[in-house]
Structure formats: structure tokens, C-alpha cells
Design a binder for this molecule. Structure first.
Ligand code: DGL
Length: 273
């Protein structure tokens, strides 16, 4: 049994392309339809209710593209919208929080894990819940880092100002002796080199992209949804507003082949969760 339909992936903007990169590398014969909500990015400073509504609208638009599964490649949306989407969608859906939590637990030795993310993600407590559901004895230090997404979108990936902001956010966590740091926002892997420079080799960095790709592979296998082995796969990108600078940043930093970007109008009025 095989299924030629695309995997639908969405994010508030372009950050989810870090997840797409991992899925492309692991499952090269799968087609991916990526939808970035550039008209309404960022999600990270918005209320849970608003992010839930946006997430329903994005998934409805992906279902309109006849996707076989949906990946929420946004921590903020996964944190507040995944449980209800899992219950209501007609196709399987995967978020990024649980894969990130599993990766962090596998990496930590001293059982002190730091989590950084947007305000929406950190306020939701979703990482604490996911990590503690797997191991209740782990100490977690969580911190919202709202200045990182704009720095990344500006392309300041190796920049003195970004280094100072990283130091300011992470110093207290280092004092708390974390040995593992979860990059709990799909933008952050683009700053991984700068973050690693500050943390040196004392703290392991974990992002959900690889674990999320592995979870997608597992799901497609279990539900007999894999594309045929001989299919060549591909990536289509659609945005809800004109692409900004960050598309160039992501293209260069991730070395992703992105063809023509399509524009889609947000489908308002999706059913409430
Ligand atoms: N990529 C989003 C996330 O993973 C962050 C960007 C935003 O604030 O919309 O949370």
C-alpha cells in the first residue's frame, strides 16, 4: 500500500522550514506542501485562543490541498492547538513538542533541562507537561526569548548583537546547571551555532526537527501512507502574504530548493475547536 498525496506542513512563517529540511532529508521520496502564515506571523506573542483559531484555519487550508497527514512545524501552535486538532481532524497530525521532549530526555545526563521558546509556548507549559509525562523527576528551567525570532528573520545569525541577546537569555539557565537545552521554536535551529558558541560543549542542544521527521516516518509506516519508493518527492511552498527577507535566509542557511512560492488567502471562518 502506498499513498502519493503530499504531507502538509504549516508554521506561522518560514521557521518550519527547519522541520521540512529534516523531513526532506529523511524521506526524500515524499511530497511536502508547506504553508507559512506570513500574513499573521508571529504567533509567539499572541493569545492561546488566537493561535488556536489560526491553527484551525491553516489546517483547513491544508486539507483543501488533499494532504495525507499534517505536521505542525511551529512550537507555539503545537503547544496550544495540537490536542484539539488531534481529536477533530480527519487525517493524522503531528506536532513538534513531544519529539523535542523525547530528544531532550535522551540527551540529558544530570536531568536538568532548559527550554527556550516564544512567549506562547513557554506560557502554555507544554514542554513541562510533555517531559514530565515521560519522566517526572526531571528539573526544567523554561524561558521565553521573544527577541530571537526577529534577529533570525533579519538574518543576523552570526552577529555580535545576537550573541549579546543570547548571553542575556541563557546565562541564568547555565547558572542553574542545565546540561541540555531544547530549542523550543522552529526558528531557533538557525541560531544553533551562535547558541553553541555561548554554551561551549557543556550543554547539548536539542531541536525537534529530526525527531519530528522520525515521528512522521513512523506514522506513515504504521498507517501505510508512504509514497512509493520510486517516487521522486518534492516541495511546494505557499504563503499567506508576500515572502520577506527570511525566505532568503532560510534558503541559504538550510540549502533548501524552494521553487516558485505560491500565495494563498487565509480561509477565515474555520469551525471553532
Ligand atoms: N516558529 C514559531 C515557533 O516555533 C515561532 C515564530 C512565531 O512567533 O510565530 O514557535
Amino acid at each position: 500500500m502506498s499513498d502519493l498525496r503530499s504531507i502538509g506542513v504549516f508554521d506561522s512563517g518560514i521557521g518550519g522550514l527547519t522541520v521540512v529540511k529534516a523531513v526532506r532529508d529523511l524521506l526524500p521520496n515524499e511530497k511536502i506542501f508547506y504553508l507559512g502564515d506570513t500574513a499573521r506571523v508571529p504567533y509567539g506573542g499572541k493569545s492561546a485562543t488566537t493561535v488556536q483559531r489560526y491553527s484551525v484555519e491553516m489546517t483547513q487550508m491544508l486539507l483543501g490541498e488533499d494532504v495525507k497527514a499534517i505536521v505542525i512545524a511551529c512550537n507555539s501552535a503545537s503547544a496550544v492547538a495540537l490536542p484539539n486538532l488531534e481529536k477533530t481532524l480527519s487525517v493524522p497530525v503531528i506536532g513538534v513538542i513531544l519529539p523535542g521532549a523525547k530528544a531532550a530526555i535522551a540527551a540529558t545526563r544530570n536531568r536538568r533541562i532548559g527550554v527556550i521558546g516564544t512567549r506562547a509556548t513557554i506560557k502554555s507549559g507544554a514542554y513541562e507537561r510533555a517531559i514530565h509525562s515521560l519522566d517526572s523527576k526531571i528539573d526544567i528551567s523554561a524561558r521565553a526569548c521573544p527577541l530571537l525570532v526577529p534577529l533570525i528573520e533579519e538574518g543576523w545569525l552570526n552577529d555580535e548583537l545576537s550573541d549579546r541577546v543570547i548571553t542575556r537569555y541563557l546565562e541564568p539557565m547555565v547558572r542553574e546547571r542545565i546540561d541540555t537545552l531544547v530549542l523550543g521554536c522552529t526558528h531557533y535551529p538557525l541560531l544553533a551555532d551562535a547558541i553553541a558558541r555561548f554554551l561551549k560543549s557543556n550543554v547539548k542542544l536539542v531541536d525537534s526537527a529530526w525527531n519530528c521527521a522520525a515521528a512522521v516516518q513512523d506514522l506513515l509506516n504504521r498507517q501505510s501512507l508512504r509514497a512509493p519508493a520510486e517516487s521522486s518527492g518534492g516541495l511546494e511552498v505557499a504563503l499567506t502574504d508576500a515572502p520577506d527577507n527570511f525566505l532568503r535566509v532560510a534558503r541559504e542557511a538550510l540549502q533548501l530548493e524552494i521553487g516558485e512560492v505560491q500565495l494563498r488567502e487565509v480561509m477565515h471562518g474555520a469551525p471553532a475547536l
